[in-house]
Write a protein that binds this ligand. Structure first.
Ligand SMILES: NC(=O)c1ccc[n+]([C@@H]2O[C@H](COP(=O)([O-])OP(=O)(O)OC[C@H]3O[C@@H](n4cnc5c(N)ncnc54)[C@H](OP(=O)(O)O)[C@@H]3O)[C@@H](O)[C@H]2O)c1
Length: 293
């Protein structure tokens, strides 16, 4: 299977490239800039430049490479930057998805679009499944939801895969922030009552590998199992890393950010099991494997 991965130097994209290649697939990664590789893993990545918001560039690349599956990880992911620059957020997250999805359809490729728990508003206060109604609160959430809608309309052979609170080794995330603060002898300040689904990118990449072989197109939630708070996640991370420091809790209502966020955005999946894909592991198990790696 020939697979094209956009955002190949991102937190999830880099993991997808590595996992799919290890599974014997022919994988080509795309990067926005043609900057020199920053690490040996980037060097081996077999990358080509692509700005997903440039339709002509995308058309030529898709015609030249003719991938069978496109895993679209590239996005503007800084939630507060999206709030400050809405036009740029929609350009990358919505228009970029339109460009990718329409090119997939044109050449007959399956489109895998990575989306987010932030398409939900948090009012449910219980884990969201794939058939729950979306109501994004932020520009980031709305622009990613617009991207979902574009993929549904433009490329029927699609998987829309919602992930959340990602962490992994390829790019710094909340997990690294907590560990770095603690290693510097500081107690990391973390929101005590925001509930979600922390998710290890290696588990997402593994399940994506299974999903693309199912032909059960549609929307999937792909997050580690069991909801938890940022605070509980940080505590478990510090304990598992053997760092004897407690995080400092900050109530959600006192967290001032440009973009509104849902106080509750844990996800569960109904469709994964129906499609015959292994369930996602518990977040504590994922955390342990992340630290071992
Ligand atoms: N991180 C999370 O916690 C989280 C949560 C929910 C959903 N998601 C979704 O999961 C997916 C992957 O997220 P991630 O955290 O792995 O993202 P990331 O680390 O921020 O990587 C995103 C990549 O997209 C690239 N990109 C941005 N604009 C582009 C453009 N115009 N053309 C081509 N490439 C462009 C970036 O390139 P540069 O490096 O050049 O900027 C970057 O490599 C995204 O769709 C995101 O919305 C992430």
């Amino acid at each position: 299977m020939r697979v094209l991965v956009t955002g190949a130097r991102g937190l999830l994209g880099a993991e997808v490239v590595a996992r799919f290649r290890a599974a014997g697939m022919e994988v080509i990664g795309t990067t926005r800039q043609s900057r020199p590789p920053a690490s040996p893993s980037e060097e081996q990545a077999g990358e080509v430049p692509l700005d997903i918001t440039q339709p002509d560039q995308a058309k030529s690349l898709f015609d030249a490479l003719r991938p069978e599956v496109v895993i679209h990880c590239a996005a503007m992911t800084n939630v507060d930057a999206c709030e400050r620059q809405p036009q740029e957020a929609y350009r990358v997250n919505a228009f970029g998805a339109e460009v990718v999805a329409s090119n997939c359809q044109r050449i007959g490729a399956v489109c895998v679009y990575l989306s987010t728990d932030y398409v939900f508003d948090g009012a449910k206060r219980a884990p969201y499944h794939e058939y729950d109604a979306e109501n994004p609160l932020s520009v980031y959430g709305r622009s990613k939801f617009a991207g979902e809608q574009a993929v549904r309309t433009l490329c029927p052979r699609h998987y829309i895969v919602r992930v959340a609170w990602l962490y992994g080794k390829h790019r710094p995330s909340f997990a690294q922030f907590v560990l770095e603060q603690a290693r510097a002898g500081k107690s990391p300040v973390v929101i005590s009552d925001q509930i979600g689904s922390p998710t290890y990118v290696a588990d997402v990449a593994d399940r994506l590998l299974q999903l693309v072989h199912t032909d059960c197109y549609g929307t999937y939630h792909l997050t580690n199992a069991e909801p938890t708070s940022r605070y509980e996640f940080a505590r478990a991370l510090l304990q598992a890393a053997g760092l004897e420091i407690e995080p400092t809790p900050l109530p959600f209502r006192e967290w001032r950010t440009p973009a509104p966020r849902p106080i509750y955005s844990a996800l569960i999946s109904w469709r994964l099991e129906w499609a015959g894909v292994e369930p996602m592991p518990n977040w504590r198990d994922a955390l342990r494997r992340f630290l071992e790696s």
